[in-house]
Design a protein around this ligand. Structure first.
Ligand code: HEM
Ligand SMILES: [Ca+2]
Length: 307
């Protein structure tokens, strides 16, 4: 088989739809201005797409008939609607240009939208590789075991990223996606109360603040910022938070607690330039996971519906 990653390239659409990146960026700018939650929602959607059947927009497909799609797997139920909406809107804007109509894949639109969301939030801007096709299937069962859980230790995190060709350094860089966005109280409640709580690796005042934001019988829809310091800015504050015991999920804090990953956390807390370089490299690698070309995929007319 050919190496799919080699098929991706910058400016892939320069012939058929030369303005595609400008069109997507415009939609994202408007979307983010309306709802800042679209930033985290889009970035997480891309991650969950790439880790299941590769970056092929399989996560966007809606359940239909007797097929239950990826998005209805328990691990995906908390994907925020604004990420899906951003892709649907960008697709509509691209398809409104006659020469672009049905020429740009949903998978590539999600990759562009993610790049734009990060840049709009103040993060590093990078040239995005394009040329992915949309997947031909999406099933709930295919998500089983593919995504990391918030209580994973370092070995478990490394394993699920290694399964996608990503190193420990890539995993640490990508975890900084948690510099933006929200998490529901239930995802970290075990660190606040219960047999082994409060988690001794969590800063005491941060634990108290979270306990107040997420009381025992909190509305299951309640969510808190993943980065308590700069929640809508894409920056290396994530790593400074870990140094201060202010990682929200156990899988965040373990990156500092475990001596194997701590030096990397310290380096990127100290240098936003070094973090930005590592993040762009890791995102580019993430975007190459399981890319489909040729007969493995197509260009979906409606991102939520298989052709
Ligand atoms: C390292 C393992 C990871 C684990 C265990 C993990 C787990 C989680 C969990 C539990 C949430 C909260 C969901 C909720 O309660 O609604 C979340 C949110 C989020 N994750 Fe991750 N994640 C990981 C890696 C990543 C990566 C690699 C990215 C992207 C590069 C990412 C981007 C996000 C974003 C942006 C949010 C906020 C979503 C929003 O605001 O709607 N995560 N993650
Ligand atoms: Ca996918």
């Amino acid at each position: 088989t050919t190496c799919a990653a080699q098929q991706l390239r910058r400016n892939y659409y320069s012939g058929v739809c030369p303005n595609v990146e400008t069109i997507v960026r415009g939609v994202m700018a408007r979307k983010v201005q309306q709802t800042a939650t679209a930033i985290g929602a889009t970035v997480r959607l891309f991650f969950h797409d790439c880790f299941v059947e590769g970056c092929d927009a399989s996560v966007i497909v809606a359940s239909a008939g007797n097929n239950t799609a990826e998005k209805d797997h328990p691990n995906n139920l908390s994907l925020a609607g604004d990420g899906f909406d951003a892709v649907i809107r960008a697709k509509a804007a691209v398809d409104a240009v006659p020469r672009c109509r049905n020429k740009v894949s949903c998978a590539d639109i999600l990759a562009m939208a993610t790049r734009d969301a990060i840049a709009l939030a103040g993060g590093p801007s990078y040239a995005v590789e394009l040329g992915r096709l949309d997947g031909l299937s999406s099933s709930r069962s295919s998500v089983d075991g593919k995504l990391p859980a918030p209580f994973f230790n370092l070995d478990q995190l490394k394993r699920v990223f290694a399964a996608n060709g990503l190193s420990q350094a890539d995993m640490i860089a990508l975890s900084a996606g948690h510099t933006v966005g929200l998490a529901h109280c239930g995802t970290f409640a075990g660190r606040l109360r219960g047999p082994s709580a409060p988690d001794p690796t969590m800063d005491r005042s941060y634990a108290a603040a979270l306990q107040a934001e997420c009381p025992a019988n909190v509305d299951p829809r309640a969510a808190v910022s993943m980065d308590p310091v700069s929640p809508v800015t894409f920056d290396n504050q994530y790593f400074k938070n870990l140094q201060a015991g202010k990682g929200l999920l156990a899988s965040d804090q373990v990156l500092y607690t475990d001596p194997r990953s701590r030096p990397t956390v310290n380096a990127w807390a100290q240098s936003s330039a070094a973090f930005n370089r590592a993040f762009v490299a890791a995102m580019t690698k993430l975007g190459r996971v399981g890319v489909k070309t040729g007969a493995q995929g197509n260009i979906r007319r409606n991102c939520a519906v298989l052709n």
